[in-house]
Every structure is written in structure tokens, then in C-alpha cells.
Design a protein around this ligand. Structure first.
Ligand code: PEP
Ligand code: MG
Length: 545
């Protein structure tokens, strides 16, 4: 056994055989030209048939949707038009077979994308088939998550949403990634599945001979073994059984809300049973916009997202542009440190017209949709900034205005800030990066960005106290709220609303009912007193489980 430490991002311990997620394929080169184009083109059909054969064999072993998906993909792999076009590219342009398959498949994918609608949804399948045929031609494993036929611990460099879309959750014992951080897709997915996960386990991919692993999502460790490891699964949090009541065992109500950035997210949030939206990231509507959308365009876009929540609370965040979310129409120019630059609300001090037009569109969309809309500003550092924003919001006709607590200075000024606004919401993703001076995107600094860090919890505690003293609402809308164990600690720290990715809503909602508020306060005190994040989690767990 060898042991590797990373950052535990989803609680519990599980063990079993290791299955590796194959790395993305490099772009196939267009040279050297084949010596015999005829012989080279003759390689394509057998490779496609090999792929189709393997997919059909897997289809024969499963039922339902999975069977249909595998059969359709198998048929696509031997699509006569795709094969003959790739063969022609070899003979007419002297391309190597893998490159010819790449170009032919990309041509098909582009045509589907242009056709739009249902056909555009097939683009991912064409890319999947393309990669499988190329992998077969060059003799490597197809990229992505392999079809699992038995319970396994998945090991990957990092996981993107598309990698895991067709993952069978019943067969995944735990997730381990070499890269990624506490806010990565892997962390979100693992929590929503209720399985242990360790990210930023540096060096884990180099352990070629390991065939099994024991994963401890609390300690953040992965013990690798060259010998088979018997399967040990965690008891999953029964999130699906949540009845929609969000309260502690003694009836202290907590709002369980979703983070959204699109209409699709909003629908997912409704399906998950969210009681509203705690963070609508409006900048996600405009990541591709070259120019500032006019008020009526914004109004329509916001109303579409708000309408599913008629009669429910929705917190709309004004544009959080800059650093990891650049908007081309709000470019601050070249800055040496964009994360410390003119971003979030700071953009509005230079261009207040953009904020005023957005507030006007939000007020109109609120009236159109019937949702109970509040607005909040990102990246606020001082009480003066909070007051400036709240006055503008009220002047635009939005009655309830709050700010995010993402900058340590704002957490330390929570009483003064809460005097100026109606509520605050703590963005733990940015608050962690700024309090530890550790870029949240860097896997190498994932441990510092762990939301269980006691220094971060102490700042949240200060904000919670200010909220209680002034009887104003304190929420959390960073990823910390999506961890059912940490969510209960946050409630113990005085947090009254938790907003998270929709997938985590049922697990967090049902976990709240486990204990009375006094127990969550004790868990919070235990975590606050800990020396580090692993100890904090362990201490909270000892109180709660
Ligand atoms: C945060 O920083 O915690 C937050 C919720 O905002 P974002 O992730 O959009 O920066
Ligand atoms: Mg943020």
C-alpha cells in the first residue's frame, strides 16, 4: 500500500477496484503521408466495426436507456457516410487514417451544430464515436469514463460535466482526481451522489501498478494497493427521500436554495425541490456577448430564469465580471492581478450606467415573473460600497438589496455592512481564495481553499454573529453550502439560507432534520476550535454522526 494525501471534498470512506478515466486524445497529426493511401484507408472500416462491436456487446448486457444509448452509438460508429468520407480524405489528401477520421467526424459535427435543436444535441455523440475510432486506430484506451460493469473507485486527472453525464452512480464507490479543487465539478458531483471524494491527490496518476484503493473523504487520503481491494461502499445520504421540509429537528427553518445561471439550471432547481434561488449568476447569460445587451434583452433573459420561481425568493446577483469570468464588453484592460483588480461591483464605480441598466431590467423582469426578487452585489469590500449599491438598487425599484461577503474586509465589517443593506450572502469560494491569498483555480493550492479551514469558518462565524445581533439574514452561496456535513455547521454558525448547485439540494435539505439547532451549534464550536481542515471536519462529524 502507498498513501497519497489530497483534499477530501466529500465525506465518507469507501474501497474497491480502481478504474482509470483515460486521458483526452492528442490531436492526430496530418503527417506523415501514408506510404500506401489505399492500405491506410482500409484500416478505417475495421476500426469502426471494432468500436461498434464493443459497444453492442455492452448494450447486450444492460437494459433501458443505457441499452438504447449504447445501441445508437454503435450504429453511429459504422455510419456509412462517416466511414466513406474518412476513407476519401485518406486517398485524396494523403492524410493518416486517424486524422482523416477526425476531420470527417468534425465536418459532421459542425453540420449538426448548425442544424440546431435536437440534432445539435448529437454533436457530443459524434465526438464520442470519433474519439473511440481514433483510439482504436492508434491502439490506446478510448478517452472518458469507461462503461462500468462492477463497483469501482474512479481515478481521473479531473472530471468535466460531460465526462460524467452517463455515469452509473450505483457503481461508483468513490472519486479521486489528481487535479481539481474544492469547487471543481468532481467535488460537486461526489456530494450530490453521496460518495467519498478526494481531489488534488497529486501523484496518484503515476501509480501505474495500483489496482485497488481505499478512499477517505474526511482525511483526504487515498491508499493505493497493487493487490485487489475488497469492495466497501458508504451508506449514501438518502437525498431522494427529502420531503421538501427544510428545518432542523427542533423546527428552526433554514432556506434551501439553488445557484443558477441559465433557464436549464432554473428548471433543474425546481425539479430538485429548491425553495428558490440564492444566487442567480447573471454574468453567465453574457459570457459570449460582444456588447452590453440592451435593457429589453436583459429583461427577457432574466424573466425566463425567474418565471419558474413565481411566488418564491430569488436573489439576482448583478454582473460579476472579471478574473475567471471575463465579459468582453466590460474589459478592464490589462491588469497584473485580475483577481485583485477591477472586478465585480468595482466595475460599476467606473461605469455606473451598466449597473443602472441592469437594475432596471431586473426590476422589470421581477414584475413580469412574479418572483420575489432581491438583488445583491459581488466583490464588495466596505460598508460605503454596500450603501452605494443599496441606494442605486432601491432607486431602480428593487426593494430588497444585499451584498456578497467575499472579501475578508467585508467579513470583518459585517455589522457596518448589515446596517446598510437588507441581507448578506457569503461567497465561500472567493472568501477562501482571498483570506488565504490562494487562487481558487489552482489545484496546487486546493488545500488552502478547503472550506473546512478554521480561519474561513471563523470569518463566517463573525458574519453570523453580526446577522443575529442585527436580526438580518446571513446566507451562504459558495460551494461550502453543498456539503451536507458543512451545511449543518454553517447553520450552527448562524447561517439562515444555504444556496448550492441543484444536484446537492435534496441531500442538504434532508440532512438538516437530523439534529436540533443546539447540536449544530456544538458542531460549529468544535470545528472553529480545530487546528486544520481535516480536524475540523472530524470534530464536526464526531458531534453529528
Ligand atoms: C463565491 O465566490 O463563493 C460565489 C458564490 O461566487 P462565484 O463562485 O460566482 O465567484
Ligand atoms: Mg465569487
Amino acid at each position: 500500500m502507498s498513501s497519497i494525501s489530497g483534499v477530501g471534498v466529500s465525506t465518507g470512506r469507501a474501497a474497491g477496484p480502481l478504474v482509470r478515466v483515460a486521458e483526452p486524445l492528442p490531436e492526430p497529426p496530418s503527417t506523415p503521408a501514408p506510404v500506401s493511401p489505399e492500405a491506410e484507408s482500409g484500416l478505417i472500416r475495421p476500426a469502426a466495426e471494432d468500436v461498434a462491436g464493443r459497444l453492442s456487446a455492452r448494450a447486450a448486457e444492460v437494459e433501458g436507456d443505457a441499452k438504447a444509448v449504447l445501441e445508437t452509438t454503435a450504429a453511429m460508429a459504422v455510419d456509412p457516410a462517416l466511414i466513406s468520407q474518412a476513407e476519401q480524405l485518406v486517398t485524396t489528401r494523403s492524410l493518416p487514417a486517424p486524422r482523416a477520421v477526425q476531420e470527417a467526424a468534425n465536418g459532421f459535427a459542425d453540420a449538426l451544430r448548425e442544424a440546431g435543436g435536437y440534432l445539435a444535441e448529437r454533436v457530443r455523440d459524434v465526438h464520442d464515436v470519433r474519439d473511440r475510432i481514433i483510439a482504436s486506430l492508434i491502439g490506446v484506451d478510448a478517452p472518458g469514463v469507461p462503461g462500468l460493469d462492477r463497483p469501482a473507485v474512479l481515478l481521473a486527472r479531473d472530471l468535466a460535466p460531460a465526462d460524467t453525464a452517463d455515469l452509473d452512480p450505483a457503481l461508483v464507490l468513490a472519486l479521486v482526481t489528481e487535479e481539481g479543487g474544492p469547487t471543481s465539478h468532481t467535488a460537486i458531483l461526489a456530494r450530490s451522489l453521496g460518495i467519498p471524494a478526494v481531489v488534488a491527490a497529486r501523484g496518484v496518476l503515476a501509480a501505474d501498478s495500483a489496482v485497488g484503493a481505499v478512499v477517505d473523504g474526511d482525511a483526504g487520503t487515498v491508499d493505493l494497493s497493487d493487490q485487489p481491494v475488497p469492495v466497501e461502499a458508504v451508506d449514501r445520504v438518502a437525498g431522494e427521500e427529502w420531503d421538501g421540509t427544510a428545518a432542523t429537528a427542533d423546527g428552526h427553518a433554514v432556506k434551501v436554495l439553488a445557484n443558477v445561471g441559465s433557464v436549464t439550471d432554473a428548471q433543474g432547481a425546481v425539479e430538485a425541490g429548491a425553495q428558490g434561488v440564492g444566487l442567480f449568476r447573471t454574468e453567465f447569460c453574457y459570457l459570449a456577448a460582444a456588447e452590453e445587451p440592451d435593457v429589453s434583452t436583459q429583461r427577457r433573459a432574466y424573466a425566463e430564469v425567474l418565471t419558474p420561481f413565481a411566488g418564491q425568493p430569488v436573489v439576482v446577483r448583478t454582473l460579476d465580471a472579471g478574473a475567471d469570468k471575463p465579459l468582453s464588453f466590460l474589459e478592464p484592460g490589462t491588469e497584473p492581478n485580475p483577481a485583485l483588480g477591477v472586478r465585480g461591483l468595482r466595475v460599476s464605480f467606473e461605469q455606473p450606467g451598466v449597473l443602472d441598466r441592469q437594475l432596471e431590467a431586473i426590476a422589470a423582469a421581477a414584475a413580469d415573473s412574479g418572483a420575489e426578487v432581491s438583488v445583491m452585489a459581488p466583490m464588495v469590500a466596505t460598508a460605503a460600497e454596500a450603501r452605494w449599491f443599496a441606494e442605486r438598487a432601491r432607486a431602480a425599484g428593487v426593494d430588497r438589496a444585499g451584498v456578497m461577503i467575499e472579501v475578508p474586509a467585508a467579513a470583518l465589517s459585517a455589522p457596518e455592512i448589515l446596517e446598510a443593506v437588507d441581507f448578506v450572502s457569503i461567497g465561500t469560494n472567493d472568501l477562501a481564495q482571498y483570506v488565504f491569498a490562494a487562487d481558487r483555480m489552482l489545484g496546487a493550492l486546493a488545500e488552502l481553499n478547503d472550506p473546512w479551514q478554521p480561519a474561513l469558518l471563523r470569518l463566517i462565524d463573525a458574519v453570523g454573529r453580526a446577522g443575529r445581533d442585527l436580526d438580518k439574514s446571513v446566507g451562504v452561496c459558495g460551494e461550502a453550502a453543498a456539503d451536507p456535513l458543512l451545511a449543518r455547521v454553517l447553520v450552527g454558525l448562524g447561517v439562515g439560507s444555504l444556496s448550492m448547485v441543484a444536484a446537492a439540494v435534496p441531500a442538504v435539505g434532508s440532512a438538516l432534520a437530523g439534529h436540533p439547532l443546539s447540536t449544530y451549534r456544538r458542531a460549529a464550536e468544535a470545528a472553529l476550535a480545530a487546528a486544520g481542515p481535516v480536524d475540523a471536519r472530524r470534530a464536526a462529524r464526531a458531534v453529528l454522526e
